[in-house]
Structures are given as structure tokens and as C-alpha cells.
Design a protein around this ligand. Structure first.
Ligand code: NAD
Ligand code: UDP
Length: 338
């Protein structure tokens, strides 16, 4: 299929481009480089020998989208472009609503004008909020606890309404759990611009010596070791879920959410221990209070994605830690290493 990938230069988008091209899809990227660098696409090209058409532009720019649609004529769109920092979303709510909601609306308008009827959307497990039971299945009530989470849920609702208005439209809503890890080449990975918000890139920066100590946020949760439990998923598995979703969208109509996780969960201490083994380095930690808005535990019931998308996670914790370390040690300063 001809696939427009918004935000394709980002962490998950770049890995997905490689998996799409490996399966014979033709890709085009629209990215404004708000949180990425053009180096990423050069590396994807080098890894794939693939042809990538790319446009620099904002997903809220209707004229630019019309230009992209006219030039590339996508049969489907994978919509990664957006803002994702939970803490920042509380400080800059209008910015988050603008990029994540206006961006999605502007994209749908452009798709409609161009007659493109399939969209795969980057949603998040954060739409569920405080667990009423675990693992979360897709029927779990949604009650996001942050501005960021609300933008994801609202975008899901907009997509669902857009699809309901016409029998031949499809929206696949992928609710990601915690993406970690890097491409096996160690040439693609997560490259946070500032102080990492997320656990794995923070651990990696401590291991490489860019940060002194990992703060462990809370040790008094009702979990086996008192630290938070998350369902970490390798980014290559996550990338492959998009390829599976595209196959699903080719033969199904309607809007459908899918959990994309492994069904396992690990504590902060498990992640530190796995990283120490992978890197052979000691990761100093310091106990800190709970981080506002964190839940004790999250875990996916991914059985719907397993059954209906024919997708399964195959990478375990060791690979998540080892690939992150390989990426971090080969690229001390991320993509600025080039
Ligand atoms: P990322 O920041 O690495 O990638 C997002 C990409 O979108 C970047 O390349 C950025 O430059 C681009 N972008 C941002 N605003 C844009 C705009 N207005 N117009 C065009 N391009 C724009 O993030 P990621 O981790 O790859 O996440 C991709 C998507 O998945 C996001 O929508 C995010 O909310 C969602 N998601 C991420 C996680 C996670 O933990 N990484 C979890 C759940 C969901
Ligand atoms: N965490 C931590 N120290 C950090 C970053 C995260 O202890 O510097 C914990 C956090 O409290 C949570 C887990 O690690 O229990 C995963 O956090 P992350 O921000 O990576 O993901 P999310 O909170 O979005 O699930």
C-alpha cells in the first residue's frame, strides 16, 4: 500500500518505516521536526536502501497536506505526529490540544478531500486511567488523568465519529503500552531532546555517564517491590503492529481499538537490574517520592490484537535492555553524534 506516515522521523515512526518497507509498502513522511532531526530519515534510508518521499511540514497546515496528498496519493495514513509529554501537557494545554486535536482534524479533512479512507492512529494506554481491573482490555472504562491522555481519547472519538459517517472508512486505534528498545542495527533509537521523562532513556543516560543517578519515583506502591509496574514493549514489535494494522485496515471497515503490549509487566527495579546486566554497568538509584499522576501498575490484555491483527510481541526484557544499551553506547549524543 502507499502509506503516508505523519511524524515518521520520530522514535516509533522511524522504526515503523523500516518494517513497512520490508513488507513492500511504499512510504512518504510528513514531519515538522518539532521533536526529531532529518538525520533520522537518512539513517532509515541507509538501513533499507528504500525510497522515502519526505515533506517538511506541520500536520495542522491544510495547504501542505493537500500538496502531500496530491503528490503521493496515499491509500492509508499512519498518524504518529503529535506531542507526548504528560507533564508538559499540563503546562501548555492549548498547545497540546492544538497539535494533537487540530492536527488530527486537519489531517482528516485533507484525507477526505483526497479520498483516503484508512487511518492507523497512535493512541495510548493512558486513555484508561486508574485501573479498575488489570490487565486492561479494550472494554475497560476510559478516564485519562492528564491533558495528554485526554487529547488521545478525544482524537479516538473524532476518528470513531468520522468512520461512523461512511461505510467504507477504517480507523485502527492502537493503544500503545510503554515502548522501549531500539533497532538491532543500533542506528535508530529514542533520542529525547531534554531531560528524559521516561524510565528507559533515563536509565540509559545514567549508564553512559550523562546523568548521575536515577530517581525511583515511589517505593510504597502495592506491588511486589513497591515500585511501579509497566508493560514495556519493544519498539520493533510495536512497529510491526502497525504493519499488521495496515493489513487489517485493507479488509475491514469501522473503528476499532487494540491494546499493543506484551501482557507482562516489570517494576522499576526489574528494569534497572536488566539494564545493569545488559550494560555491565552499575546504575546508581535514589529513592524519591511518587510522581504525580502515576498509577501503581499497568498491564495489557493484548488478546484482541493477537487474534484479530495476527500480531504477537516476540522481544523480551533482555532484548529491550540490550538494544537500548547498544543504541546509547553507539550514539552517546543520540542523532547529534552524526
Ligand atoms: P516522537 O516525538 O519521537 O515522534 C513524533 C514525531 O512527530 C516527531 O518526529 C515530531 O517531530 C513530529 N511532530 C510533532 N508535532 C508535529 C506536527 N505538528 N506536525 C508534523 N510533525 C510533528 O514520539 P514517539 O514516541 O515516536 O510517539 C509517536 C506517537 O505515539 C505520538 O503521537 C505519541 O503520543 C504516541 N505514543 C507514544 C508513546 C511513547 O511512550 N513513546 C506511548 C503511547 C503513544
Ligand atoms: N520512573 C522512575 N524514574 C524516572 C522515570 C520513571 O521511577 O526517572 C518510573 C515511573 O514512576 C513509572 C515507570 O518508571 O512507574 C515508567 O515511567 P515512564 O515515564 O517511562 O512511563 P509511564 O509513566 O508513561 O508509564
Amino acid at each position: 500500500m502507499r502509506v503516508l506516515v505523519t511524524g515518521g522521523a520520530g522514535y516509533i515512526g522511524s522504526h515503523t518505516l523500516l518494517e513497512l518497507m520490508a513488507q513492500g509498502h511504499v512510504v512518504c513522511v510528513l514531519d515538522n521536526y518539532a521533536n526529531a532531526t532529518p538525520t533520522v530519515l537518512n539513517r532509515v534510508r541507509a538501513l533499507s536502501n528504500g525510497q522515502i518521499t519526505d515533506f517538511v511540514g506541520d500536520v495542522r497546515d491544510a495547504k501542505k497536506l493537500d500538496e502531500v496528498m496530491a503528490a503521493f496519493a496515499p491509500e492509508a495514513v499512519i498518524h504518529f505526529a503529535g506531542l507526548k509529554a504528560v507533564g508538559e501537557s499540563a503546562q501548555k494545554p492549548l498547545y497540546y490540544y492544538d497539535v494533537n486535536i487540530t492536527g488530527t482534524l486537519t489531517l482528516l479533512h485533507a484525507m477526505e478531500r483526497a479520498g483516503c479512507k484508512r487511518i492507523i492512529f497512535s493512541s495510548s494506554a493512558t486513555v484508561y486511567g486508574e485501573p479498575q481491573y488489570l490487565p486492561y482490555d479494550e472494554a475497560h472504562p476510559t478516564n485519562p488523568m492528564s491533558v495528554y491522555g485526554r487529547t488521545k481519547l478525544m482524537a479516538e472519538q473524532i476518528l470513531t465519529d468520522w468512520v461512523a459517517a461512511h461505510a467504507d472508512r477504517t480507523a485502527v486505534l492502537l493503544r500503545y503500552f510503554n515502548p522501549v528498545g531500539a533497532h538491532p542495527s543500533a542506528d535508530l533509537g529514542e533520542d529525547p531532546r531534554d531531560i528524559p521523562n521516561n524510565l528507559m532513556p533515563f536509565i540509559a543516560q545514567v549508564a553512559i555517564g550523562k546523568r548521575d543517578v536515577l530517581e525511583v519515583f515511589g517505593d510504597d506502591y502495592d506491588t511486589p517491590d513497591g515500585t511501579g509496574l509497566r508493560d514495556y514493549i519493544h519498539v520493533v514489535d510495536l512497529a510491526r503492529a502497525h504493519v499488521a494494522a495496515l493489513g487489517y485496515a485493507a479488509v475491514h471497515n469501522g473503528a476499532r481499538p487494540f491494546n499493543i503490549g506484551t501482557g507482562q509487566n516489570y517494576s522499576v527495579r526489574d528494569m534497572v537490574a536488566a539494564f545493569e546486566i545488559a550494560s555491565g554497568r552499575n546504575i546508581p538509584t535514589k529513592q524519591s517520592p511518587r510522581r504525580a499522576g502515576d498509577v501503581a501498575a499497568m498491564q495489557a490484555d493484548a488478546s484482541r490484537a493477537n487474534a484479530e491483527l495476527g500480531w504477537h510481541a516476540t522481544h523480551g526484557l533482555d532484548d529491550m535492555a540490550a538494544s537500548t544499551w547498544a543504541w546509547q553506547s553507539k550514539n552517546r549524543n543520540g542523532y547529534d553524534t552524526d
